[in-house]
Each structure stands twice: as structure tokens, then as C-alpha cells.
Design a protein around this ligand. Sequence first.
Ligand code: SAH
Length: 218
Amino acid sequence: MRNYKDDWYHKGLRKQLVEQLRSKGITDEQVLNAINTIPRHYFLDSAFDKIAYEDRAFPIGEGQTISQPYTVAYQTQLLQVKRNEKVLEIGTGSIYQAIVLAEMGARVYTIERQKKLFEQNKQFFYITRYPNIKFFYGDGFEGLPSFAPFDKVIITAAAPFIPPKLVAQMKAGALMVIPVDEGDKQRMLRITKQPDGSCTEELFDYFSFVPMLKGRNG
Ligand code: SAH
């Protein structure tokens, strides 16, 4: 059961969360504005209602999690999203990250490998507000060749390596934000695709993600 009422209490908690993210170094006002707008408690069981705006990850079933708001904000800030850009997301999960991108005006293509989550997500009434999100059930390692090329790519699971097929689906000048490495900690990388097809890498902080797994499930 979820609580789909968004009252002054939730709005107040959301404001506090935004201030917390600011104090942790998030400066992109568009990102902060999206987080201030989206009722994160809609994405969680009502048992989490009072703690939905704490800066931490929560379970969403199928052994998966809704990412920590700081992680969502951090990755989104690195992605430098502009209105109408085509963004490919790997790991739909709770849809929270996809909705942050959609709220910022991106055209989002999001892939989930867990059939059950994909089916559940289609039932979630809140997505009707965001016709700029397209949902796909599939293996993120393959990307979406028929919708390529993309302006931005964001991976929200721990990738064992930079998937070459996703790099191939990036425009020249496109950015990819990807947590790479197996084990407990991932390095956050930002990849820029150069006009000659080669890539440059920038290294950012360390984070902890659930693994990006091969193939579909279900
Ligand atoms: N962006 C999500 C984070 C979800 S956790 C959110 O905002 O809630 C990561 C998700 O990636 C999980 O749902 C997991 O099932 C999915 N995932 C893992 N490997 C994948 C793959 N190869 N292709 C697509 N999705 C994948």
C-alpha cells in the first residue's frame, strides 16, 4: 500500500531534504527543483512514509532499491541535462531517477531487466504526468539501438565495465555517467564521446550500487 496524498508535512520534509543536498555540495538548481517537486513517498510503501525523505536508499522489492537522493542528485548534476535531450537510463527500478530527468524536460528512455518491476511500473498512476518517459523491458547492456543516438546515458546499477554497445549509441559530444566496478564500491565516471568516436574519462566520488546484471529476468 502506498500513500498518494502529498500534504504540507511531506512538502516540508522535501524542503529539508533539498537543503541537506545543498549542504552536501549539490548546486544545480534544476536538479534541486526536481527533487523539491517529486513526492518521493509515492515511490515507497506507506510503511516508509515518515522516513521517505531521509537521505538514504530503500528496498523496493525484487532485491532492488530506490537510490539515495544524494546519489540521484549527484549523477543527475554530472549529466548536465537540458530540455528535450534524449536520455537513455539503464535500471528503471522505482522510476524515481527517470522522473527527475523527465521533470527537467528530458526525453527519457529507461530500461529495466526485471519483468516484475517493469510490469509494476506500468501501473503507477504518477507516470501519466510524464509522457516524456518511455519504458522498456530488456537488457541494459544492449541499450536501444533503434532509438539511438542519445545525448546522455545514465547507468544506475554497478557496471562491471563500460558497455561498448552503449558508447556506440552516444552522439558525438554526448556524456555518460556510470558507476563502474564490481564489489562494494563503485567509482563514478563521466565519459565524453569525442567527434572521432574515442572517449575521455573523468573520475568522481565513490558510491555503492546494486549490480548491473546480464540478460533479462522473468
Ligand atoms: N534508477 C533506479 C535505481 C534502481 S536500482 C531508481 O531511481 O529507483 C538498479 C536497477 O537496475 C534495478 O532495478 C535492477 O533490476 C536494474 N538492472 C540491473 N541490471 C540491469 C540491466 N542489465 N538492464 C536493465 N536494468 C538493470
